[in-house]
Design a protein. Structure first.
Length: 208
């Protein structure tokens, strides 16, 4: 058993860059991203089909969007300028209809606590993302999914990931702001992700 002093030292140990990098790499894998959503079931239920995860979920690390600039009133064509922008979130999980091969409205934005990041900085990344996506946009899709219509939506779902070393005030702040979060241990010996088990009734149909 750890002494009281040793326990305090463990509690106050800062989040390391390797903690952040490991989780970012981990959740870039679709199956691991689905496993993460299992820790917050309201978001898991946004997945159209658990029987066909390959066609229902797209995980994009460090996502980029194309923002559409408003057309001038004097424009004589349908041309519209776009501007690519890297979002301050760490990962986006997009949901797709496996039958129609189109992106659905739910967009889950994941924010991983970064080293030396305090509550105001952590929360500001979500606020800035809200501002950026409060206009017409489309996702820059991975090559495998370029055929999928990537129009943005107004249904944004944030999820914050904190570590056991994350200061308690950050968890209190997220709870006070009514923002969902999950706590991950700093043990980096993760197992290789596997496809989630499917049981009767797991396939969920989400309405508009």
């Amino acid at each position: 058993m750890l002494s009281y002093r040793a326990a305090i030292q463990v509690k106050t140990m800062p989040v390391k860059p390797s903690h952040y990098e490991t989780l970012l790499a981990e959740y870039s894998n679709r199956n691991a991203a689905i496993a993460l959503l299992r820790e917050y079931r309201p978001y898991l239920e946004l997945i159209p089909s658990m029987r066909r995860p390959d066609e229902s979920v797209i995980a994009i690390p460090l996502p980029v969007v194309r923002l559409r600039q408003p057309k001038p009133e004097t424009a004589t064509s349908h041309w519209q300028a776009t501007k690519a922008m890297s979002l301050p979130c760490d990962l986006v999980v997009l949901t797709c209809d496996p039958e129609w091969k189109i992106k659905m409205g739910a967009e889950i934005l994941i924010f991983i606590h970064r080293p030396h990041e305090d509550f105001s900085e952590f929360l500001s990344r979500w606020r800035h993302t809200q501002v950026y996506l409060n206009q017409d946009y489309e996702w820059l899709m991975p090559p495998r999914y370029e055929h999928i219509l990537s129009e943005g939506s107004d249904r944004l779902y944030p999820l914050f990931i904190v570590f056991s070393e994350t200061p308690d005030r950050i968890q209190r702040g997220l709870a006070g702001a009514c923002l969902p979060y999950v706590v991950r241990d700093s043990d980096l010996d993760y197992e290789e992700p596997v496809a989630p088990e499917v049981t009767a009734g797991d396939e969920l149909e989400i309405g508009d």
